[in-house]
Design a protein around this ligand. Structure first.
Ligand code: PLP
Length: 391
């Protein structure tokens, strides 16, 4: 059926025709609970009426002009994102990888401005930053890189959650200009660093005149129970990247910057045809309004605690469960063995989950999930895991 689609994906044997809230329906009218949100994208669930209305309205007014001209909706969205984040300037892209490309270019321009000819960015083991050549080089997963050599120069890799490893690089290299890190590693297995890790990176960046760059593409937009995951602590980055949930499925990414990082891009240094067009910006403005109006950021925090407690109680003492961890609605249940087959088993039972880093069941339910629906997720997921481990 999909003979003409390039085979970049191992697709699951299901396709969806319709969605509403946390529910999806396939072509045979079977119903599924979506506990993955299109991998942290549909925070407001499917077909949220306010977002649907905004997209439909804007499609009837103006979809695209060009970044050759001013775009009022882009300026409005940038203002709001800066209010929420404390950042000062925003570049809009169409995806997460492109938002990170903008961050990488900012770091390099910043470095050249300091007289560093071969600027290097510190990146982490087990990270994920995208599939373009620069972002796959930044990504700490050989599977993502293999076959695409030569990789891009100018990245130095260290262990995640290890400030000493960054200190060692600081002592041995004069070319570093930035650190790029996920506040919680998503694809890497929902890896939550120790308290103080981001603050430690902030201090190292200040001491060495580096930019602190946070990839909030999976963690941002309320998912962890704060608008941005760094807001759980006191460190504020110089650069932060967003995408995924920003448009609730309408493709839009953003690279936010403040202070010295906000000033390095000049006319002609970067650009995008579609980036920040009126349709995408109108959708994202609607998303921000709904998240605020429906108080979904505190709701994500409360619901996350409910899920974490529920899983911890329900799976207590079950041999094979190594760790249950999460922040807000970003939850990982690590098993002692590879468990990718759980994804297909869940689909057979009308549930969408994901397995990442081979052994981590990853849940990223929509922010609009109710307490009752969260209980359904706990029950279904625990039953799956119990059957898998004991069956
Ligand atoms: C942390 C992180 N950064 C970057 C990306 C890449 O985003 P995109 O697929 O929109 O290019 C992802 C996607 O999963 C991600 O999780």
């Amino acid at each position: 059926m999909a003979d003409h689609i390039m085979s970049t994906y191992n697709r699951l044997p299901v396709q969806f025709e319709r969605g509403e809230g946390i529910w999806l329906w396939d072509s045979e009218h079977n119903q599924y609970l979506d506990a993955l949100s299109g991998i942290s994208v549909c925070g407001l669930g499917h077909a949220h009426p306010a977002v649907t209305q905004a997209i439909a309205d804007q499609a009837g007014i103006l979809v695209h002009t060009s970044n050759l001209y001013g775009i009022a909706l882009q300026a409005q969205l940038a203002d709001r994102l800066c209010e929420l984040s404390g950042m000062e300037r925003v570049f809009f892209s169409n995806s997460g990888a492109e938002a990170n490309e903008a961050a990488i270019k900012i770091a390099r321009l910043y470095g050249h401005g300091q007289g560093i000819d071969n600027p290097a960015i510190i990146v982490m083991d087990n990270s994920f930053h995208g599939r373009t050549l620069a972002t796959l080089t930044a990504t700490g997963n050989r599977k993502v890189q293999a076959g695409f050599e030569p990789l891009v120069q100018g990245f130095i890799r260290v262990a995640y959650n290890d400030l000493d490893a960054i200190r060692t690089v600081a002592e041995n290299s004069n070319d570093v200009v930035a650190v790029l890190v996920e506040p919680i590693q998503g694809e890497g297995g929902i890896n939550i660093p120790d308290d103080g890790y981001l603050e430690g990176i902030r201090r190292l960046c200040d001491d060495n005149h580096w930019l602190m760059m946070l990839d909030e593409i999976q963690t941002g937009m309320g998912r962890t129970g704060k608008w941005f995951a760094w807001q759980h602590g006191s460190a504020i980055p110089d650069v932060a990247t967003l995408a995924k949930a920003l448009g609730n499925g309408v493709p839009i990414g953003a690279c936010l910057a403040r202070g010295k990082a906000a000033e390095v891009m000049q006319p002609g240094t970067h650009g995008s045809t579609f980036g920040g067009n009126p349709l995408a910006c109108r959708a994202a403005i609607a998303v921000l309004e709904v998240v605020e109006k429906e108080q979904l950021v505190p709701h994500a925090a409360t619901l996350g605690k409910q899920l974490l407690t529920g899983f911890t109680i329900a799976l207590a003492g079950l041999e094979g469960v190594t760790e249950i961890r999460g922040l807000g609605l970003m939850i990982g249940i690590e098993l002692d063995r590879p468990c990718a087959e759980l994804v297909g088993k869940a689909i057979e039972q009308g549930l969408l989950i994901n397995v990442t880093a081979e052994r981590v069941v990853r849940l990223l339910p929509p922010l609009i999930t109710t307490e009752k629906q969260a209980d359904m997720i706990i029950e279904q997921v625990c039953e799956l895991i119990r059957d898998f481990l004991t069956g």
